[in-house]
Ligand binder design. Structure first.
Ligand SMILES: [Zn+2]
Length: 341
């Protein structure tokens, strides 16, 4: 799982003159060092009564979409396993001094983001992280319709059987009760998010099938499968609050429906309140310094109007039994609600 990767500036020792981005990464690492350390990695999955597996496309997706959830369950001593499908080689670099890492120059962004993701996981106290098929097995495909989609190394071009077996291997090893990924649109239409969805849907069922790839481990059927979701009402409230606070909002002329990433409220089954872990989520966001501008919308949200928008994360149960409702809206407040074993 830790295949050697080529050396790349920015991911080695954090000493000497640091760029602001490297500095942010170092600060995130320091924040973790100075805080109480978690127990050593415990890789005996069944020692953890609750086991959560999240499948994400690129480094930073885990933090932006599910960071509070991951930090909360890690703090509650669940085994939280993150599988990331690509290194995010084609992400948009928001820090000028890292622009040389871009694919059309040094092509070093993926390796750099391995370090950012490690720091983000530390901030969330998540100790079990893997890249699907090992680091660099599949490459970021770029936005839909770009030439990265055609790259034979791209996750969008992945052999479904191979990718599914790789994920089945992880599921059978860590035996999660709960699996999380994106909906069939990949949340917002990125090819790697759509592919992560497809692979996870296939692997969720295949892992429990004794006839499927016996060489990939003992069968394990997870109890529940969720897709991440942003309820339309929450999205609209966020847009309104940002505008009221005078922030520039992308798609500011659009309604929540028109933006195309929201989910009708009635489809959202579960709200996980991770507001108590907001500091961890923000520290993890800072670790993704090449991707998330510290003067941008995300940090404005986290600091101001977005405590609720940022600390509460929403999900849609698509497989398994819905647990008891916990709030006035009838939603579960726990991904493990109703899970008995
Ligand atoms: Zn992504």
């Amino acid at each position: 799982m830790t295949a050697p990767l080529p050396d790349e500036p920015g991911t080695g020792e954090l000493v000497g003159d640091l760029s602001p981005a490297e500095d942010a990464l170092a600060q995130a690492a320091e924040a973790v060092d100075s805080a109480e350390q978690t127990e050593a990695v415990d890789m005996t999955p069944l020692d953890h009564p609750h086991r959560l597996l999240l499948v994400h496309a690129h480094p930073d997706d885990e933090t932006i979409g599910t960071g509070a959830t991951m930090a909360r369950y890690a703090a509650e001593h669940a085994l939280v396993t993150l599988v990331t499908c690509t290194l995010g080689e084609l992400g948009e670099i928001v820090v000028p001094e890292l622009e040389h890492l871009a694919a059309d120059r040094d092509d070093g962004l993926g390796q750099h983001r391995v370090g950012e993701l490690a720091a983000a996981c530390e901030a969330m106290r998540v100790t079990d992280h893997r890249f699907l098929g090992g680091p660099g097995r599949w490459r970021d495909s770029g936005m839909m319709g770009t030439k990265g989609n055609e790259d034979p190394r791209a996750f969008w071009q992945a052999d479904m059987n191979e990718a599914t077996i790789e994920l089945v291997r992880v599921i059978r090893e860590v035996r999660p009760q709960v699996v999380v990924t994106y909906d069939e649109r990949g949340g917002y239409g990125h090819p790697d998010h759509i592919q992560a969805h497809r692979v996870t849907m296939a692997a969720f069922d295949a892992a429990g099938d004794p006839g499927y790839a016996p060489e990939a481990g003992e069968p394990w059927q997870a109890a529940k499968l969720y897709w991440t979701a942003i309820p339309l009402r929450v999205l609209q409230q966020g847009i309104d609050a940002m505008q009221a606070a005078g922030h520039e909002v992308p798609f500011s002329s659009a309604t929540a429906e028109e933006i195309g990433v929201g989910v009708p409220d009635e489809l959202v089954t579960t709200a996980v309140d991770g507001r108590g872990q907001l500091d961890a989520k923000v520290a993890a966001m800072r670790a993704h310094a090449s991707q998330i501008a510290t003067d941008g919308m995300f940090f404005a949200l986290a600091d101001g109007v977005g405590q609720q928008a940022f600390g509460v994360e929403y999900y849609r149960l698509v497989r398994g039994e819905r647990g008891p409702a916990a709030g006035p809206d009838g939603r579960e407040d726990d991904l493990f609600a109703g899970v008995t074993s």
